[in-house]
Design a protein around this ligand. Structure first.
Ligand SMILES: [Fe+2]
Length: 491
């Protein structure tokens, strides 16, 4: 955490207005379907395909507020491009819990990050079932569009209409009730024309079980391997290389009693332990080989950009925090004190498999999150990283900009939506037949705090110059993750 003096100095000239930022977290219960007719600039004519994006969209149930945005019901947006035009559609994911609460008109489920049923601890004690909100990511793999939430099974959607089809067993691979991670990786390092989807799932228990699934585009299982782990695991994302999966286990203590007795959500029962090292679980993709545990300097990680092998080392680029933020019971997520929180920063971790040691170096000190790369480079050395970033170089703020980092030259490009715009994860789409890693488009959904609506901004991946700004007719709450497919799902 920053000292009060440091926090005060960084609030001197904030490039944003908190009231405008808060407006981006209004619930969006409406579902739309229209051609986007208000466009500044030009949509690239060769852009053909569909951008899918997921994120929490409801921050109340019939007026009863949820505690943390991560507990909000998922909403998937699809923006389909064809011949220089774009069509927008959004649908809430009709999970069983969403339908139950809609019918009841009140909160019926506890959330991981502290949402509770009305009635205090007595109404919540010993109810340990959590709500599958399907709000974290959306992937299109094979012929399936899936909304993902890491603690439960995916929900399948119709890619044309976004209607919810129902819970999905991922081509018959997931036993009923088993989780499926929200950050699958599409690995082309072994065969660029026949990618492999690699995903992990954490099965909570004594011990925890880490399951890794590898499938081809038809959903055929190539490999499934599991490892037991004695101890608590809190892992949101992971990375792959041609030979390994790596999971960074954040140094945390977990005391489940406040959850069991109805006082807190499980995500509020975590305590960050900066005195303990981060432990990297190195899992060979050869199921016959054992898992390694390698320790390094402490930090908290949600997201990684990528990993690749280099001699005896594996390099992993990740967003790391010096502390872990918890929204305590009674606190309001809309009143979060940004300057007081530690910023996420981009680090390169070097994991030496021979010496079983881990070092790290800072790649970018500016507050940043949601690192992405050219998807063709997953599991291979990458030159460029695109990030959601702060408009100002120091301190912690909401994300208002896109930063492009050239790891070869150190060059940086920044496109900013400040002071009135707020954004999240960039999505990089390679130009068809591109020969340069950064030749493509960067999509960026920006909340416009003046006009109370969202824009889809399309930037040139080479220099982050603005190509087009597509004005939507409404706002889309700050979201999480998404994907691009070259298939165009138009009505
Ligand atoms: Fe994530």
């Amino acid at each position: 955490m920053l000292s009060q003096e440091e926090a005060d100095s960084s609030t001197a000239a904030l490039p944003y207005n908190m009231e405008e930022w808060e407006q981006g977290y209004r619930s969006q219960p409406h579902e739309y379907d229209y051609w986007i007719d208000e466009v500044e600039g030009q949509i690239p004519a060769e852009l053909t395909g569909t951008l899918f994006r997921n994120g929490p969209a409801l921050f109340d149930v019939n007026g009863q507020r949820i505690h943390h945005p991560f507990d909000g019901d998922g909403m998937v947006c699809a923006i389909a491009f064809n011949e220089g035009r774009a069509h927008f559609r959004n649908r809430l994911v009709r999970t069983t819990a969403f339908e139950d609460e809609r019918a009841a008109g009140k909160i019926l489920y506890r959330g991981v990050f502290g949402t509770e049923k009305a009635g205090g601890w007595l109404a919540n004690a010993f109810d340990i079932k959590l709500k599958n909100i399907a709000n974290t990511n959306v992937i299109y793999w094979g012929d399936r569009l899936l909304a993902l939430w890491e603690a439960a099974e995916p929900y399948r959607l119709d890619p044309y209409t976004l209607e919810t089809i129902g819970k999905d067993d991922f081509y018959g691979l997931l036993p009923p009730g088993k989780p499926f991670g929200a950050h699958p990786k599409i690995d082309r390092s072994r065969d660029k024309d026949n990618p492999t989807l690699v995903n992990f799932a954490l099965e909570v228990g004594l011990p925890f079980k880490i399951a890794i699934y590898e499938t081809d585009l038809r959903g055929t299982l190539k490999r499934r391997y599991t490892h037991n782990y004695c101890g608590f695991l809190f892992i949101h994302d992971f990375v792959v290389t041609p030979n390994y999966c790596l999971l960074f286990n954040n140094p945390l203590d977990f005391n489940p009693l406040p959850f069991l007795f109805g006082f807190k959500g499980p995500g509020q029962c975590i305590k960050f332990r900066p005195d303990r090292p981060t432990e990297v679980l190195v899992i060979p993709r050869d199921p016959a080989k054992p898992m390694l545990k390698i320790k390094g300097k402490s930090g908290f990680i949600y997201h990684h950009a990528n990993a690749f092998e280099e001699g005896d080392e594996i390099c992993v680029d990740s967003i790391c925090y010096e502390s872990f933020f918890i929204l305590e019971p009674g606190e309001d997520f809309l009143k979060v004190d940004f300057p007081k929180m530690d910023p996420g920063q981009l680090w390169r971790f070097r994991i030496n498999l021979k010496t079983q040691t881990m070092g790290r170096e800072l790649l970018e000190s500016r507050c940043c999150e949601f690192p992405v790369i050219n998807p063709q480079k997953v599991a291979q050395p990458h030159r460029y990283v695109f990030l959601g970033a702060a408009d100002i170089p120091e301190g912690n703020t909401p994300l208002q900009a896109i930063l492009k980092l050239d790891l070869e030259t150190g060059d940086r490009h920044l496109w900013s939506a400040a002071p009135h715009g707020f954004n999240g994860e960039p999505i990089f789409v390679p130009r068809p037949n591109a020969t340069q890693e950064d030749d493509g488009w960067v999509f960026n959904l920006v909340y416009d705090g003046v006009n109370n609506r969202s824009d889809l901004v399309i930037l040139d991946g080479r220099d982050l110059s603005l190509l087009a700004r597509l004005h939507l007719k409404h706002h889309i709450p700050y979201g999480l993750h998404g994907c691009w497919t070259n298939e165009c799902f138009l009505p």
